[in-house]
Design a protein around this ligand. Structure first.
Ligand SMILES: *[C@@H]1O[C@H](CO)[C@@H](O)[C@H](O)[C@H]1NC(C)=O
Ligand SMILES: *[C@@H]1O[C@H](CO)[C@@H](O)[C@H](O)[C@H]1NC(C)=O
Ligand SMILES: *[C@@H]1O[C@H](CO)[C@@H](O)[C@H](O)[C@H]1NC(C)=O
Ligand SMILES: *[C@@H]1O[C@H](CO)[C@@H](O)[C@H](O)[C@H]1NC(C)=O
Ligand SMILES: *[C@@H]1O[C@H](CO)[C@@H](O)[C@H](O)[C@H]1NC(C)=O
Length: 470
């Protein structure tokens, strides 16, 4: 059975989800498992979830705002991309968010999806093909042949939005790629920007904070040098649930602690949020204040990581194994099945930043270069990453062939250095969000927004309007 409008045609059997701010309707689209090999899985399909809102839509000729789903359940992105919902009425746009294959409930092989060989069907190229099929059928179903599609996305979703416009310019009229580290995909692109930027965010708030974090990590090492009795003391101070007896456990604990700083910096929004986890307003400042409240930096570190790992206040001790899974992405993969899927993508398509070095950053020496990645991926998945494939399949450093893409990047965002931060042409435009963390511009407006994001959102609306009037 071809994934024509078979599923979309019954989309009017609506599930109305009551959601405080931005209500949506939800359905599934019958999607091909393999777009590139008609023999491997033949006509086999899976149910791809999508969320939409049609109450603002003006009908044929009015735009379709499409969000290319990321590495997580798509409703997370719906709830945290209020900008799109806020501008939809003035454009009379149809809003639709499509879930990425292998994430949320869009599992091509049900609960077998996260095992071999099924994981092999997970790739950025397949995801882009999914979105292309979906959008073609959506336009047909809506009788919207005159409607222009604008793609949106943040982070990896932003990378996909840019790829959608680049690869399918007749289907997608323009793309807003927010905090999308696209240049990192090129082998010769930037890979050493991430942990220095996290460090800078904390250091910019307070030099003392930077010193205390460095000292805390150095103290861990000093305890480790004392052998098991030292390690036991450190475990107690850090309030870990289990003893550390092996090198690999020590390294894992270091990565776990480092990862809390990654999230505080990435999600350094000026008001409390619940995006990838629950955080207070200005978590970087809160993190620093927390560390500096303690005379003993190590105890301060234990308190500070709790902002991320103990947000509920219900953890009696830190269970490192439960809270952090080391993987091919040094910035963290999360936990559960989604972590496995992201780990696989990071071992195949997505070329990520390198590790920390205790020189250009405040973290322990936890190197991660392309050789380490190759070794890990061979061990874990028995595959050898093809470095730079996405740069070939889509684009690398050279964007001169692209058009109608906005690349926005927040100057607080650790991913800043992997993105396009200088305009390439009249229509491939870089916007910098002063005072913005990871895709703040995609979030709903808030009275605590810095002026920088208010300005960039206005520019984005104007550019989208210009595209639509072309
Ligand atoms: C996977 O799904 C199948 C069919 O729905 C079910 O029978 C099986 O128990 C599930 N296995 C696991 C490990 O959840
Ligand atoms: C599209 O047009 C067909 C034929 O005119 C009509 O039957 C159908 O209801 C329209 N679909 C929508 C969603 O308006
Ligand atoms: C988590 O927070 C609660 C409440 O503040 C506190 O009692 C507990 O000690 C914290 N757990 C850890 C491991 O720090
Ligand atoms: C830590 O979490 C793991 C995985 O969820 C669990 O198996 C283990 O029992 C937990 N350890 C402690 C000490 O709570
Ligand atoms: C970082 O480097 C300093 C010296 O440059 C050293 O004293 C400290 O122990 C190192 N910290 C870690 C965690 O390796």
């Amino acid at each position: 059975m071809a994934p024509s409008c078979s599923s979309i045609c019954i989309l009017l059997v609506l599930v109305n989800v009551a959601l405080a701010d931005f209500p949506y309707k939800e359905d599934v689209y019958v999607q091909y498992i393999d777009h590139y090999n008609l023999v491997s899985y033949g006509d086999q399909t899976f149910k791809q979830r999508y969320l939409y809102q049609d109450k603002y839509w003006g009908g044929d000729g009015y735009p379709i705002f499409f969000y290319s789903g990321n590495e997580g359940p798509v409703d997370t992105y719906w709830k945290n991309s209020g900008f799109i919902h806020e501008i939809a009425p003035e454009f009379k746009a149809f809003v639709v968010f499509t879930e990425h294959r292998f994430f949320g409930s869009s599992l091509p092989f049900g609960n077998k999806s996260f095992t071999m060989p099924y994981l092999g069907m997970l790739s950025a190229a397949q995801a882009v093909a999914d979105y292309t099929m979906f959008l073609n059928d959506l336009k047909t179903y809506l009788n919207a042949s005159n409607s222009k599609i604008i793609a949106f996305g943040g982070s990896y979703g932003g990378v996909l939005a840019a790829y959608m416009r680049y690869k399918h310019p007749s289907l997608v009229h323009g793309a807003l790629a927010a905090s999308a580290p696209v240049l990192m995909q090129a082998p010769e692109g930037p890979h050493d920007f991430f942990f220095p930027k996290v460090t800078k965010d904390f250091r910019d708030y307070s030099e003392k904070c930077y010193t205390a974090v460095k000292l805390a990590f150095a103290q861990q090492l000093d305890y480790a040098r004392l052998g098991q009795p030292g390690l036991d003391q450190m475990v107690k101070k850090m309030r870990l649930c289990s003893p550390i007896q092996h090198d690999f456990e020590f390294r894992k604990m270091q990565m776990w602690a480092r990862n809390a700083f990654v999230y505080l910096a990435m999600l350094d929004y000026p008001y409390p949020t619940e995006f990838l986890g629950k955080l207070p307003a200005n978590p970087v400042n809160v993190g620093c204040d927390t560390i500096l409240k303690q005379a003993d930096p190590l105890v301060g570190l234990a308190d500070a990581v709790g902002i991320w790992y103990n947000a509920t206040g219900s953890e009696k001790c830190y269970n490192v194994s439960k809270e952090f899974v080391p993987c091919s992405d040094p910035t963290g993969c999360g936990t559960g099945d989604a972590a496995t899927a992201w780990d696989f993508l990071s071992c195949t398509d997505i070329y990520l930043p390198h590790g920390s070095n205790n020189k250009t950053d405040m973290f322990p020496e936890l190197p991660w270069d392309s050789d380490a990645r190759i070794e890990y991926c061979q061990d874990k998945f028995h595959i050898r990453p093809r470095i730079g494939w996405n740069a070939e399949e889509f684009f690398g450093l050279d964007l001169t062939g692209a058009s109608n893409i906005i690349f926005s990047n927040g100057d607080l965002d650790p991913w800043f250095g992997g993105g396009v931060t200088k305009s390439v042409s009249d229509t491939v435009v870089a916007l910098i969000v002063q005072g913005g963390a990871h895709h703040l511009d995609l979030r709903a407006s808030n009275k605590l927004d810095p002026p920088g994001v208010v300005k960039v959102r206005e520019q984005e609306r104007n550019i989208i309007r210009k595209w639509l009037n072309q």
